[in-house]
Design a protein around this ligand. Structure first.
Ligand SMILES: [Ca+2]
Length: 600
């Protein structure tokens, strides 16, 4: 008997027979006949994706979450530029599956691999928008009761060899044949009923290994809080690194007398970056549960490895170095994208709050930089050693009072650190950030990082009602402004803010291009192109629903496309309550734009 997946594949293959496109029909016939799989476009045979290709991808392709291993979110494509972007028009659109929508499309050789909510994967002709195949994972009905909701989020997939690989809501990692959508293998990472972990992000390929993190739920205890590596060809598990130390392990003492089995929730729920030369994986971690540390053995304890950048050995998963950004009491996670840049480091003392006094201004370093956490603070570290180089705030924040430039040690503002149940503080940003999962971008053409940030604060009370973080929170727009959304351009070398765009609606993920543009959307349905150097809005369209996916750009046969997707997701829903007069619709859709023939 065929299983459900195979039955579904049969349905999809029948669909091909009614497709009008002769090109797709020809491919479908070959697939049904079981002949050697062809690229859906029937151009050439499918060329397996290698580590060499992932390290230096074809400009036309978008092969991973932020396109390149260094996390930049940058494409060198330059057909769409500052002069012609105003002529962009939609060339195709599709509705997406229902659920929490935060997709990043992958594009390889003219095919888009689109992660839809609830572990539905689609292969789509990237030129026409026609569906080539679809695979829906059979997600258990009781999953939400174990992983605490948001189980439908399916942020990204990976491509390696001839496989499209995802992690699943039920804590598996699984591979689909890129040419057919048929399942190739699956490997259980955790038993979701005994060690539940929320798997919102998919895997990332580092030298043939599938690296994946997750947010572990307190029901499972510390053994669910792991980063794993699997063989990208076979799915065999190669290593797992627990993010909470056990008795006798380094860092155990940072939890004081909290029993190991009560050390909860230090996850790594976003996607890492990777330096193939150093063979180091850079991944950020989340907060503890509960958040206030007086409930966890003391406010001065570090509770490693929460809110840290971890540099992991690619072969073994060993933590080579770590840097802790903030001892958290307010649910201010630090799992977001890290940019790996080789750059002159010359922080401007007039623009940057905290600088390592040993730094010789202008010296060349291999850095890991960006805004790793919800506080909106930029951190630049030496990525070989973890040495602190500089840090500076962006949006208003009051949780960090000082960073020691010589050691990088971060001091929390004692006025907002909880010391008792029932205590109320106003902490900025709110627990939704500042920054959140909506990634920024780095352009090597301008040596500038671009971030979508929000001006928020929250009135927070420490509770003992058994909720995940033991916090009751009321969000607000930061005092002194009614502008919730911002896009900020920051020099990677000097730390200066080069331009700042502000508006009422919260802003969302960005992509930078070789055409001198930054594309990004907002939660009021607007998708727009900024001039990278001035911040001027050069093009804008209303897509009707919040821009919740990650925009990308790609090319097929020399024509450049820009893809953006809309929908619903928890963080945007919380943000929308701060701008109640803005009332977009909530449809999960992908839209693809290109220049008309005469403008190219
Ligand atoms: Ca998934």
């Amino acid at each position: 008997m065929p299983n459900l997946t195979e039955l579904h594949a049969h349905v999809e293959r029948r669909w091909f027979f009614v497709a009008r496109s002769a090109r797709i029909l020809a491919t479908a016939v070959l697939l049904i006949a079981g002949w050697s799989p062809l690229q859906a476009q029937s151009r050439d045979a499918f060329v397996p994706v290698t580590d060499v290709m992932l390290q230096d991808p074809d400009p036309e392709d978008w092969l991973m979450w932020r396109r390149t291993l260094n996390g930049w979110g940058f494409s060198p494509l330059n057909q769409i530029d500052r002069d012609n972007v105003s002529e962009l028009r939609m060339v195709w659109s599709r509705a997406m599956a229902p659920g929490s929508q935060q997709a990043t499309p992958l594009v390889y050789d003219g095919v888009m691999y689109l992660p839809n909510p609830r572990d539905t994967t689609q292969a789509i002709d990237a030129e026409t928008g026609d569906l080539l195949w679809e695979h829906r994972r059979d997600v258990p009905e009781d999953i939400a009761s174990y992983v605490g909701g948001l189980e439908s989020t399916n942020r990204n997939v990976a491509i390696y060899g001839d496989l499209i690989i995802d992690t699943s809501a039920d804590d598996y990692i699984y591979a689909l044949e890129a040419t057919t959508g048929r399942i190739a293998w699956e490997t259980q990472i955790l038993d979701y009923q005994t060690n539940p972990a929320r798997q919102s992000s998919g895997p990332f390929v580092a030298n043939g290994k599938l690296i994946s993190g997750r947010s572990c739920r307190p029901k499972g205890g510390p053994e669910a809080c792991v980063i794993t590596a699997h063989d990208a060809t076979t799915g065999e598990e190669l290593w797992r690194t627990r993010l909470i130390p056990a008795p006798g392990e380094p860092g155990d003492e940072t939890w004081g007398d909290v029993p190991f089995e009560e050390r909860f929730h230090v996850g790594a729920w976003m996607v890492p970056s990777y330096d193939p030369e150093l063979n180091l994986i850079y991944m950020g971690t989340s907060v503890t549960s509960p958040a206030p540390k007086f409930m966890l053995g003391g406010t001065e304890k570090k509770h490693l490895y929460h809110n840290s950048t971890l540099a992991l050995d690619g072969d073994t998963g060993e933590i080579v170095w770590y840097y802790q950004h903030l001892i958290d009491h307010w649910d201010l996670d630090h799992p977001y994208e890290r940019y790996l840049v080789d750059t002159a480091v010359a922080p401007d003392p007039a623009a940057v709050s905290w600088i390592n006094p040993r730094l010789q201004p202008g010296e060349q370093r291999k850095v890991v930089t960006g805004i790793p956490g919800k506080t909106g603070v930029v951190y630049t570290l030496d990525r070989e050693t973890g040495e602190f180089l500089w840090a500076t705030p962006t949006v208003s924040q009051n949780v960090i009072s000082h960073i020691d430039g010589a050691t990088g040690e971060v001091s929390a503002n004692p006025e907002v650190v909880f010391t008792s149940v029932g205590q109320t503080v106003t902490a900025c940003p709110a627990l939704s950030g500042g920054k959140n999962w909506d990634a920024g971008a780095y352009s090597p053409d301008t040596h500038t990082m671009y971030f979508a940030l929000r001006n928020t604060c929250a009135s927070q009370m420490a509770t003992d009602d058994g909720t995940l973080y033991e916090l009751a929170s009321r969000r607000q727009i930061a005092p002194g402004t009614d502008q919730l959304g911002t896009v900020r351009a920051i020099s990677v070398e000097t730390g200066e803010t080069l331009w700042l765009y502000e508006q009422r609606a919260a802003t969302s993920a960005l992509v930078a291009t070789g055409g001198g543009l930054v594309f990004g959307g907002d939660l009021n349905g607007r998708f727009r192109a900024f001039d990278q150097t001035s911040g001027e809005v050069l093009w804008e369209i209303n897509l009707g629903s919040p821009l919740t996916g990650f925009p990308i750009t790609y090319a097929v046969d020399g024509r450049q496309y820009v893809a953006a997707s809309t929908g619903t997701a928890a963080t945007p829903s919380g943000m929308m309550r701060l701008t109640p007069e803005l009332r977009p619709s909530t449809g999960n859709n992908i839209f693809v734009f290109a220049l008309p023939d005469q403008a190219r």
